[in-house]
Every structure is written in C-alpha cells, then in structure tokens.
Design a protein around this ligand. Structure first.
Ligand code: G16
Length: 544
C-alpha cells in the first residue's frame, strides 16, 4: 500500500456544533477541507492502530465521495478494519447499533441530518465513540484544536472500492467489509417490540397507517421493517426511495416540512397513524388522525407506557430530557419514582447517563426520542414504540395522549424559530439576556411572576464535566418557562429558538390550540428579549 503524506493548510471554521461539523457542500468541496477534518479526528484518537471503524451516512450528495476518501485515510492511519454500509449508507441510529454490536472502536457518520441536500445543500460529518454515541465535548474540542494546526494528512493511494455489493475488500492490510445497512438494526427492533402484536394490528383490517421517509435514509429501513416484517402495504410508505438531494425537500419531520404527510393525516378520510423520520433517520414525528403529538408529550407517553413493550417491561432506570424539552416527562418520572435528568441540548449529553445505567429513555423537543438500545436518538424506534402501544392499548393516538393529559396535566408547548437571522444581532440579543440573568426574579408580567432567570449550566453527574452557557431560562412561579438559545446546527446566519411552556392541570382547559394557550408567554418573550428589534422579523420562520 502506498501511503502519502500530503501538505495542507488549516481552516479556521472546523469547530463541531451541536452534532458534528455541518457546512454547505461547497465548503466541504474546498481543497482538503474534508481531509483536514478526518485527519483531525484520527489525530485526536489514541490507540486507533488495528482497530475497527464503522462508516456510513444518510446518502446525501457528497456521501459517496466522502466515504471513499475516509476509507483511504483510515487505511493510511493504521485502522485494521472498516465496516461500511452498502452504498455508503447507514442511518445514524443504525450506525450506533453497528458500532455497539460489532464492538467497534468508533464510527464516522456522514450527515447534516434534516438540512436540505444536493450540490447547493448541506453536508456533515461527526465522530461517534465506542459506546455508539456522539463524541463528548472533550473529544470534539480536541478535533477542533487539531484542525487549527493541521499541516499534513495521510492517505493511501487506491482506486475507489465497489461499495454497492455486500462483500470484502482490502486497502493494504486494512479490511473493508461492506455490510447490509439494515439487518442488524432491524433485528434489534424485533427484540425490543412485540412484532407479532403489531403485525396483528396492521393486518386486522381496522388500522391504516402512513410512514413518510421523506426521500431520505429511512426508506430501506421502513421497507424491511414495516413492509417485510410487519406486513404494511407498500402504498403506506411515502417517499421511500432515498435520493441524493432528498427529492429537493427538507426532511425535517415537523408540521411545516412534512406537509405531505400532515395533509394526509388531517384529511377527511385520514388513516389512524402517521409518522415521519428525517434525513439521517434519528428524528421522528408522530401523528394520529387529525392529531399531532409534540415530541415532549411523546417522550412522556412512551415513558408512562413503557412497561407494555417487551424491551422495557421491567421498568425504567430513569428519564433524561434536554433542558428546553417540556417538563411533561418530569411528572411521569415523579409518579414512577425514578430520576429525571435535565441535560443541555445535544444527544451527546445523554451518553454518560445511558452508559451508567442512570437513564433508560431520553428525549428532546427537537423531534428526538431514544433509549439505551443505542446511543443516538432513533426515529423508527419511536414509530415502532408507538405502534406497540397502539397494538396493546387498542385506542387511538388522540385518546392515549388526551387521557395522559387528564392523568398528569398538560404541558402546553411550542417552539418558535427565527431562522437565518443576522449572526451579530442574534448574538447581541443573547448577550442582553445573559446580562439580565439573576435580575428579573419577582418581576411581574400580567399574571406571570418571574421565579428566576439564568443561563443554564450542566454538571455531568457521571464524569463531573461542566457545560456552561446552554440557554437562557426565564422560569415563572407557576412552573411556566421561556427558554432562549441559538441553534448549534444551522449553516447560514444564526437561528434563534424560543421555547415556550405552560402547565395546565384542568382537563376542561386542556384542549386549546397551543399558540392560543401560550399567547401571554409569547408576548412576554417579546417584552423580555425584544425579538423584533434584534431580528428585524415580525414573525417566526417556523412554529412547531
Ligand atoms: C441535533 C442534536 C440534537 C439537537 C438538535 C437541534 O439533532 O443531535 O440533540 O436537539 O440537533 O439542535 P440545535 O437546537 O442546536 O439546532 P440532529 O437531528 O440535527 O442531528
């Protein structure tokens, strides 16, 4: 094997965000941009020699090229074996599953999640550690430091490999094993959920469903699991053929971007159940007939009903949610007598809790739910969990959620996003909020009185690491909250996220439109943060 050391110059902008490095494809196409980052990953890992790495991505434009480069660089950096999904494909949760099942040292996942794809779209790359989860901040920070000083990268000279057939190749002494991207993951799902009961529900003639893969990675997974193993008819799977540009769409499973599915579920003859996943298969949206389940409620409902599924029938060790996620799950944890952990935004913060056996279920408001079965959030897992509940409880989605509210109270919840706003102005807005921290307690806004306002900081209960400046919280005396933070996943300008939450115990008051129920808090958010002034926008870009 011929290995060359190529000279390169560092780029200043390779600091990983909430979930890896996400940039425009055109940025990744700059000379050595990808190579620099991959070498910076390898340089930050000790004991890599001879180890096994997992590589795969969501199939977006640039995925194929990036996989070939990574394979050649892996060989040059002394890896022993690389498992790569056929076609260079692996959904993010499947990559996590494969890393764990095969005891790999880690994995490189190629994805910009739900961000649009294609030559003018986005690309992304992130490193996952041996537990199958996103690298913690101390590793991503080392990668970034390396990327600032890099002068050379190592790459083997080798022709592109055929990755479209399952089989084995060699680059020098390194083995490249092309694996089926679906089977390990599908087998794991079958262990966790009652496929017989779900199969019976789906084939009962009384149940209709749709799953929208949004032309992204979950198409092949849905075909194998929902169609081949559970008997869903092909017409129930929408946009199930993955495309390099996601069909020109924006595969973010929410009410705005999954409009095609939403229209079907809100039509007169709507099916009983609808679900969608995102670009890399880790997000999910759950719909009933004319009914939307917020991700925060979904986490709470799954936690309250987990004992009805084979994989979780023995109970939960604890529940973890990101700070901006609603407190609906906290009430379930309290009733179950288990711990509730509040972490910063970013799935990587759940890893230690899951590894230490402190949490079993995790969830985020950003359409992410998952458990200790892998170390990523998992879209199809959430869909199967819901199907299992529907099969056991034999009630509609709406019935299950509204009876949950009656029992626990409802946490009205909404997120307002101001996308692609001027970065400097957004920074000024946040600075002003930060400067106000600690000063608003006791201030009244109509019926609401501020209990405290702070900048959320997290101390990891397992390794003691501290993460500061994770979002401004304005908490009110009745438990309502407004949270402000800037997204760490955008690739253009800044995205301001405002999270609004109000608790309603009275069943008579639980069926309002959330925007109506939260109207006072929306006004208070404007008063406190002067959003219009700083963003120059009258309304949010996306409301979920
Ligand atoms: C990533 C992270 C999630 C986070 C989400 C939104 O998800 O893994 O933990 O909640 O981004 O982050 P932000 O609010 O910073 O944009 P994904 O699905 O994009 O990989």
């Amino acid at each position: 094997m011929n290995v060359t050391e190529k000279e390169t110059q560092p780029y200043a902008d390779q600091r990983p965000g909430t979930s890896g490095l996400r940039k425009k494809v055109t940025v990744f196409q700059q000379a050595n941009y990808l190579e620099n980052f991959v070498q910076s990953i390898f340089d930050s890992l000790e004991g890599l020699q001879g180890q096994t790495l997992v590589v795969g991505g969501d199939g977006r434009y640039f995925n194929r090229h990036a996989v070939q480069v990574i394979l050649r660089m892996a060989a040059a950096n002394g890896l022993g074996r690389v498992l790569v999904g056929r076609g260079g494909l692996l959904s993010t949760p499947a990559a996590s599953c494969v890393i764990r099942k095969h005891g790999a040292f880690g994995g490189i996942i190629l994805s910009a999640s739900h961000n649009p794809a294609g030559p003018d779209g986005d690309f992304g790359i992130k490193y996952n550690i041996g537990n199958g989860g996103p690298a913690p901040e101390k590793i991503t920070e080392t990668i970034y430091q390396n990327s600032r000083e890099i002068r050379r990268y190592r790459i083997a000279e080798h022709a592109d490999l055929d990755l479209d057939t399952v089989g084995e190749h060699h680059i020098g002494t390194m083995v490249v094993e092309v694996i089926d991207p679906v089977s390990d993951y599908a087998d794991l799902m079958q262990q966790l959920f009652d496929f017989d009961r779900i199969h019976a529900l789906i084939n009962s003639g009384l149940f209709q469903m749709r799953f929208d893969a949004m032309h992204a990675i979950t198409g092949p997974y849905a075909v194998e699991i929902l169609e081949n193993r559970l008997g869903v008819t092909p017409d129930a799977l929408m946009n199930a053929v993955p495309k390099e540009d996601f069909g020109g769409g924006h595969p973010d499973p929410n009410l705005v971007y999954a409009k095609e599915l939403v229209d079907v579920l809100f039509a007169a003859d709507a099916p009983d159940f609808g679900a969608a996943s995102d670009g890399d298969g880790d997000r999910n949206m759950i719909l009933g007939r004319k009914f939307f389940v917020t991700p925060s409620d979904s986490l709470a409902v799954l936690a309250a009903n987990a004992h009805l599924t084979p994989g979780y029938r023995l109970g939960l060790a604890g529940i973890a949610r990101s700070m901006p996620t609603s407190q609906a799950a906290d009430r379930v944890a309290e009733r179950l007598g288990i711990e509730l952990y509040e972490t910063p935004t970013g799935w990587k913060f759940f890893g230690n809790l899951l590894d230490a056996g402190k949490a079993t279920l995790c969830g985020e408001e950003s359409f992410g739910t998952g458990s200790d079965h892998v170390r990523e959030k998992d879209g199809l897992w959430a869909v199967l969990f819901w199907l299992n509940l529907l099969a056991v409880r034999k009630e509609s989605v709406q019935k299950i959620v509204t009876s949950h509210w009656r029992s626990y109270g409802r946490n009205y919840y909404s997120r307002h996003d101001y996308e692609n706003v001027d970065g400097e102005r957004a920074g000024e807005l946040m600075k002003r909020l930060r400067d106000q921290c600690g000063t608003l307690a006791g201030t009244r806004y109509g019926n609401y009185e501020v209990a405290f306002n702070d900048d959320f900081a997290y101390t990891d209960p397992v390794d003691g690491s501290i993460s500061e400046r994770q979002g401004i919280r304005v908490a009110f005396s009745d438990g309502s909250r407004i949270v402000f933070r800037l997204s760490g996943t955008g690739t253009e300008g800044a995205t301001l996220r405002i999270y609004l939450e109000r608790y309603e115990a009275d069943p008579e008051q639980q069926l309002q439109d959330p925007q109506h129920a939260l109207a006072d808090l929306i006004n208070i958010a404007e008063q406190i943060a002067r959003i219009r002034h700083y963003t120059g926008r009258e309304t949010p870009t996306v409301i979920t």
